[in-house]
Design a protein around this ligand. Sequence first.
Ligand SMILES: [Fe+2]
Ligand SMILES: [Fe+2]
Length: 251
Amino acid sequence: MEPLRATATVLVENTTTRPDLYPEHGFSLWIDTGESKVLFDTGASGVVCENAKKLGIDLSQADAIVLSHGHYDHTGGLADVAALAEKAVVYAHPAARVNPAGREIVLSRTPETVVPGIRTTGEVERLTDFETARQQPVPFPDDQGIYFEVEQGIVVVVGCAHAGVVNTLRHVSQLAETDRIYAVLGGMHLASATRSRLKKTVKAFRDLSLQRIGPCHCTGEKVINMFEREFPQEFFPCRTGTVITFGDQGG
Ligand SMILES: [Fe+2]
Ligand SMILES: [Fe+2]
């Protein structure tokens, strides 16, 4: 499969780039490859629909809606989005417990190709020893991300990364059979992480030679700032209204 070119637009995040867009605690990302359109998560309340409209994005064109996990701040807009996105197939892990009325939904624990070139991670293998909560692996088996390949490597998108962002990156590396991970963006759930976990996360990002790092949402404000300090070249802000291009038009 040829590497994709894609434009990703943040439709919902805790902060915003523009006063006319509604930020909220949640996440939603629109990915347009030219051929296909995927909505990853739906925010908390349905403001995703208004934000999309203001950003010139037509949700009725979505081919797939992928839910990263069952938390309200990622699934709360599903009913509103599904009413617009009539042809979209919904993808989630069975433990996410989502059931959009009258919609085709693919419930899967394993990776699924949702449109050509874009795959879910399926359940994320807990591979690290430091991405734990109280010395236990973090629960939330439903947590998953998506990934796709662009010219420079693999782009990984996470919702809350309850499974651990480094676990997710390593899992994708195994699935895609490459360590050329180019970018990661999304909620990384590190607001209450220990210093030692943060240090190990930064080291893992360096070891992977990530070239673009867009932490947002539940990563936590201070931790987002830390990433910006640690990775001044690679960091990019990821707020409601941010547009990121991947592939040869955007680097
Ligand atoms: Fe979240
Ligand atoms: Fe969550």
